[in-house]
Structures are given as C-alpha cells and as structure tokens.
Design a binder for this molecule. Structure first.
Ligand code: C2E
Ligand code: CA
Ligand code: CA
Length: 398
C-alpha cells in the first residue's frame, strides 16, 4: 500500500480484507469493482458489488470492531484510502446527539450482518432479561443529557419556567438610564437556575429557540411599555436575536404585532445580533434590509470577538456597536484594550453609529469611557440584570 499517496491498486481476484480481521481503513473506489461477501452456512454469499464513487469498510473504521464482511476485487481496482485519523476526530467532535444516532445505526448494521450469518431466529427470540438495563456507555451520556434538556426546555415554555431580567443601559454623558437589555433566565425544577449560555445553544440546535424567542419578544416589548410608564419618558429595549430566528419567516409579523400591540415605535426596539449570524449573506441581507425598512435598529453584539470583519459595518445599516466586555475590563491595566476601545469608538463615530460598552464594573471604566466619548455603558457598576418589578422601582426612584 502506498501510504504517501493514500491509494491502493488491486488486481482482479485479489483480496482486500476478510471478515473477522481488524478494520483499519475505509475505502473510496476510484476505478474498478469490489465485491462484498460473507459466509452464510459455509457458503460465500455476495452481499454487494460496488463501483466507482462507492465507499466501503467504514463501519469498522468508526466503531473499531472487526470486519463484518470480506472485500475482493472483481476487476482491477484503484482505491483511495480513508485513514482512522481522518474519521475519528470528526466523529468525536460531532454533535453528541449525532454521535448517539451514529452508534445506534452502527449497532443495527452490525446485528443485521450477524443475523444473516448465524440463523437469526433462535438468537433474536432469546428473551431479554428485564429490569437489567445496561448502564449507557460513557460516550452517550452527553447526548442523553442534551436529549433530556431538550424535553425539559419544551416543557419549560408551557410551564412558564422562563423569566426575563432587565439590565439598564446608561447614557454615559448624563448617567441616566436610556434603555434596558432583556436577558433570559430559566428556573428548571430539576436543574435549578440555568444560565442562557448553557441552554440557548441547545435551544438553537433544536429550533426551540423560535417559540422561546417569540415569547421573549412579546414579553420584553410589553415590559418596555411598563418601564416607560414608570419614568414618563422614552426608553429603548434591546433584544438578543439568535441566528436561527433570522431565518424564521414569521419573525417580522410577530415583531410588528408585539410592537403595535403596545403602541411603541420600532426605533425603540433594538435587535442585538452576533456577527456570525450574518455569515450567510443570502439570508442575512434581506433580513437586515427588512429591519431597516421597518425601522428596527440593529446592534452588533460582542464586537471584536470571534470572527470579526469590518465588512458588515460597511455593508449593513448597523445602528450600534457593543464593545465586548473583555476589552472594557482591560481598560485599566492593558494599554492595548484601551487602544482597541478607542479605535472602535472612533470607527463607529466616523460611520455615524453609537457604541455601548459592556461589562462596566468600576468607576474608572466609566471615567475612561466618558473620556473616549463612548455613548452608553452597561454593567454591574450601574446595575445587575433585575426583575421587571425592580427595574420599575429603580426608574421611579430616580
Ligand atoms: P450578551 O448578550 O453578551 O449579554 C451580556 C451578558 O453579560 C449577560 O449574561 C449579562 O448578565 C452579563 N453582564 C452584564 N454586566 C456585566 C458585568 O459588569 N460583568 C460581567 N462579568 N458580566 C456582565 P447572561 O445574562 O448570562 O447572558 C449570556 C448570553 O446569553 C448573552 O450574552 C446572550 O448572548 C445570551 N442571551 C441572553 N438572553 C437571551 C435571549 O433572550 N435570546 C438569545 N438568543 N440569547 C440570549
Ligand atoms: Ca446582548
Ligand atoms: Ca454582549
């Protein structure tokens, strides 16, 4: 075998592997024909004849068990070799639920071939000993936990286990409250208080984020009305919009309905998105244009982290940039953080955008950000996220 080229030539009739042998590689047929066979009642039985473009040998490669069938060249064949390294890392880094499904499918395949070989009836009819379920393999535990969490998240909506907390966003020039960011909380009867970083990715992966996001929208826009009543002046509310919501055809109908229901202006309802939500431009561009046409301001969240690109600032009508808290928290000690904050503020001013500094925790942060002409600040220095009641109380007390 030519390891360097990762290909293998077989002559007609040549064997590649036999059942029972360790399975080290999978193969793609580039040319020729490969016959897959197995022994059934001491008779070699052909299971399949494969040709160019077909892949085989992958079962053993993925689950590391011996070959369940034999492979011979029917005609001269050229194969490309798939090595374990190429596959295993991908399988291991795959979504845990996909891994679980993978294992179930592999087990099915394995028992099918076993059945064919050993006259299945007697074997499969063996009664299962009840009450003795084997403990799940360690590798499926994360998948099971995710599946459980998914069912719990479904129940959470119906059983009203979600709440919203509101964190003030402060105008740095006047130090008055300009608006609030709505942040989701989940009080699970089994898990206790779960933070969004733990369950939102799961909600996104299952599209449960759509009904959850719809609930957040309705609830927080209604809250905006109550907050305004408490202080008798216009405020804004900032909502976090998940990537999956951008592709939801019902998004704007819901948003408009919620906005009209309380008689608010779209300009008071800001939509916070991450840059990576804009990657798929075919979906993002019409969505962004629609926001602009309807008058809902867009906020670029966590700016400067992840895969940052100035392209979006250039192409899209962004109203506000949120400077990630990692830069804000470095304001005192790190000269580079200070320069980065200043550069982001200068850039957004040049583009006619406003800035919010996140994670403002110390009075010195405030002084530096005011000096830099940052528009808004948000963070524990001003207030932690709080219940609607507390937010109303805070506004009334001012
Ligand atoms: P984010 O949008 O960047 O929200 C800011 C996070 O920083 C919040 O965490 C907030 O509680 C926290 N924070 C605020 N001030 C400070 C501070 O001074 N210091 C520090 N260290 N942290 C501060 P939280 O509430 O745990 O939310 C985490 C993330 O979950 C949010 O990050 C957002 O991406 C996501 N999220 C929250 N609510 C929703 C929601 O309704 N929908 C969606 N799609 N995502 C949400
Ligand atoms: Ca946010
Ligand atoms: Ca953020």
């Amino acid at each position: 075998m030519d390891q360097r080229l990762q290909t293998r030539l077989l002559q007609a009739g040549e064997r590649l592997f036999e059942e029972g042998e360790p399975g080290n590689y999978a193969y793609i047929i580039e040319e020729g024909e490969i016959e897959i066979s197995t022994m059934i009642q001491s008779q070699r039985t052909v299971l399949n004849v494969l040709g160019p473009g077909d892949v085989f040998g992958e079962l053993a490669l993925i689950d590391g068990r011996p070959r369940s069938a034999s492979a011979y060249a029917r005609r001269d064949a050229l194969l490309t070799i798939i090595s374990p390294e190429q596959v295993q890392q991908r399988v291991e880094s795959a979504d845990p639920i996909l891994q679980l499904l993978f294992q179930v499918i592999l087990r099915h395949f394995r028992s099918e071939t076993a059945h064919a070989r050993v006259q299945p009836v007697a074997r499969s009819r063996q009664p299962r000993r009840t009450g003795q379920r084997p403990a799940p393999a360690r590798s499926v535990v994360p998948a099971l936990d995710l599946i459980r969490m998914e069912s719990e998240l479904r129940a959470a909506l119906d059983e009203e286990q979600f709440t919203l907390v509101y964190q003030p966003i402060v105008d740095l020039a006047t130090e008055g409250i300009a608006g609030f960011e709505a942040l989701l909380r989940w009080s699970s009867p089994t898990r206790g208080r779960v933070l969004p970083d733990r369950f939102i990715p799961q909600a996104e992966a299952t599209s449960l984020i759509l009904p959850i996001g719809a609930w957040v929208m309705g609830e927080s826009i209604r809250a905006l009305q109550q907050l305004e009543q408490a202080c008798q002046r216009p405020l804004f509310i900032s909502l976090n919009i998940a990537r999956r919501q951008i592709t939801d055809p019902a998004f704007f109908d819901m948003l408009l309905a919620a906005t009209r229901r309380v008689g608010m202006s779209p300009s008071q309802i800001k939509l916070e998105i991450l840059e990576r939500s804009l990657f798929e431009t075919a979906v993002a561009t019409p969505w962004v244009r629609r926001c602009q046409a309807l008058g809902f301001p867009l906020v670029l969240d966590d700016f400067g982290t992840g895969y940052s690109s100035l392209q979006y600032l250039n192409e899209y009508p962004i109203e506000t940039i949120k400077i990630d808290q990692s830069f804000v928290q470095g304001l005192e000690a790190q000269r580079n953080s200070r320069r980065i904050c200043q550069a982001i503020i200068d850039l957004s001013q040049a583009l006619g955008m406003t800035t919010v500094a996140e994670g403002v925790e110390h009075p010195t942060h405030v002084a530096i950000l005011q000096e830099m002409d940052c528009t808004y600040g948000q963070g524990y220095h001003f207030a932690k996220p709080m219940s609607l009641e507390d937010a109303i109380g805070l506004l009334e007390a001012r």
